[in-house]
Design a protein around this ligand. Structure first.
Ligand SMILES: CC(C)(COP(=O)(O)OP(=O)(O)OC[C@H]1O[C@@H](n2cnc3c(N)ncnc32)[C@H](O)[C@@H]1OP(=O)(O)O)[C@@H](O)C(=O)NCCC(=O)NCCS
Length: 324
C-alpha cells in the first residue's frame, strides 16, 4: 500500500500585478526584477478574498481530478502562513465549505516548506490507515507584504494548489519525504509583529512589523546549498541518479536560486518546472501550483519520477520523491 497523489488542482486570483505596476509603487524597474528574480507578474487576491477562498477552489479542482467526493475525505491539511484568522484553523473553514463531514482538519505552519511538510504528514497518516487526505497550500502573501519595501514587495504573490493523497495498492506513489529545520536562522525571513512576541499595536502597524522582513542575500546563499543537499539525500535514499528524474518541481522563489541548484546537480532546464515568472513566490502554494500546471501540461504522466524541493522561513527545507 502506497500514498499516491490521485488528483491535483490549483487556483490563482484574477488580478494581475505586473512589474510595471510595481514601478509606480516603489523605486524599482521591470528590468531589475526580471534579472534578479525571473518574476514578470504575480496574482493578487481581490478585496474580501482570503486564504480559505483560494484553498476551497484549489481543493475542489483536486477532488474533481481525483473523482473523489469531499465526504470521503478523512483529513484536510492546509499549509499556510497567511490563514484567514489566527484561529480557527483555515482547514476547518475549508472542511465546512467542501462538505467534508468526516474529515479532521488542521493547518501546517512551515512557511514555503508547508506543502511538502503537509504531504509528508498525509503520507504518514495514509500509511497508518487513513484512506484519503486533501493537502492544500494556500497563501495571500499580499496581506503580509509591505508595499513600501522594494526588497520584498516585488517577490511575493497569492495563489493555492492542492493534491488528493489516497491509499492505493502498487508501487506508484510517494517514495520518500525528507524534512529539515534550523531555527538558529529564524531571523532571515520573519514577520516580527502581530504574534504573542509583539502583539498587534499602533506601533506594529505604523512600522509595518506585521509584514514580512527578509535578509534576501543571506537567504539566497543558504537556499541553494540546502536545496542541493536535500536533493542529493533524496536521490541517494531511493538509489536513484539525477538522470533518472523526469521532473524536478522546486519552490518557485527566484530563478537564480534554481539555476544555481540546476548547475550544482547537473540537472538540465528541460527537467525543471518553473512558473515563477507568472506567479512570483506564493510560499506554501508555490509547489502545488507548479505541480498542478505540470500535470495539466502533460509534463507529468503516469509512471513519471518527480522530485519536489522546498526551502523557506524557519529556516525549513524539505523534499519528496514521487513515482506518479
Ligand atoms: C531579494 C533578492 C532578489 C535580492 O537580490 P540580490 O542580488 O541579493 O540583491 P541585494 O539584496 O544584494 O541588493 C542589491 C541592490 O539592489 C537594491 N534593490 C533591492 N530590491 C530592489 C528592487 N526591487 N529594485 C531595485 N533595486 C533593488 C538593494 O537596495 C541593493 O542596493 P545597494 O547595492 O545600493 O544597497 C535575492 O537576494 C533573493 O531572491 N533572495 C532570496 C529570497 C527568497 O527567495 N526568499 C524567499 C525564501 S522562501
Amino acid at each position: 500500500m502506497k500514498a499516491r497523489i490521485t488528483g491535483t488542482g490549483s487556483y490563482a486570483p484574477a488580478k494581475v500585478l505586473t512589474n510595471a505596476d510595481l514601478e509606480r509603487l516603489v523605486a524599482t524597474s521591470d528590468e531589475w526584477i526580471r534579472e534578479r528574480t525571473g518574476i514578470r507578474e504575480r496574482r493578487i487576491a481581490g478585496s474580501g478574498e482570503a486564504c480559505s477562498d483560494l484553498a476551497v477552489e484549489a481543493g475542489k479542482r483536486a477532488l474533481d481530478a481525483a473523482s473523489l467526493p469531499a465526504s470521503d475525505l478523512d483529513m484536510i491539511l492546509v499549509a499556510t502562513c497567511t490563514g484567514d484568522y489566527p484561529l480557527p484553523a483555515t482547514a476547518c473553514l475549508v472542511q465546512h465549505r467542501l462538505g467534508a463531514t468526516k474529515a479532521a482538519a488542521c493547518d501546517i505552519a512551515a512557511a514555503c516548506c508547508g506543502f511538502v511538510y503537509a504531504l509528508s504528514v498525509a503520507d504518514a497518516y495514509v500509511k497508518a490507515g487513513m484512506r484519503h487526505v486533501l493537502v492544500i497550500g494556500s497563501e495571500v502573501m499580499s496581506a503580509i507584504t509591505d508595499w513600501t519595501d522594494r526588497n520584498t514587495c516585488v517577490l511575493f504573490g497569492d495563489g493555492a494548489g492542492a493534491a488528493v493523497v489516497s491509499a492505493v495498492e502498487g508501487e506508484r506513489g510517494i517514495l520518500s519525504t525528507h524534512l529539515r529545520s534550523d531555527g538558529n536562522l529564524n531571523e532571515l525571513i520573519a514577520v516580527p509583529g502581530g504574534g504573542s512576541r509583539m502583539p498587534p499595536s499602533k506601533k506594529v502597524v505604523a512600522e509595518h512589523l506585521q509584514c514580512i522582513k527578509m535578509k534576501g542575500n543571506e537567504t539566497f546563499k543558504v537556499a541553494v546549498r540546502m536545496l542541493e543537499e536535500i536533493a542529493r539525500e533524496t536521490l541517494k535514499t531511493n538509489g536513484l541518479r539525477v538522470d533518472d528524474l523526469d521532473l524536478y518541481v522546486p519552490h518557485q522563489a527566484n530563478v537564480r536560486i534554481l539555476t544555481g541548484v540546476m548547475d550544482r546537480l547537473g540537472l538540465p532546464v528541460e527537467k525543471v518546472m518553473m512558473n515563477l515568472d507568472c506567479y512570483g513566490n506564493t510560499s506554501a502554494a508555490s509547489i502545488p501550483l507548479a505541480l498542478d500546471e505540470a500535470v495539466r501540461m502533460g509534463r507529468i504522466k503516469e509512471g513519471s519520477l518527480v522530485m519536489l524541493g522546498a526551502f523557506g522561513a524557519g529556516l525549513t527545507w524539505s523534499s519528496a520523491m514521487i513515482r506518479w
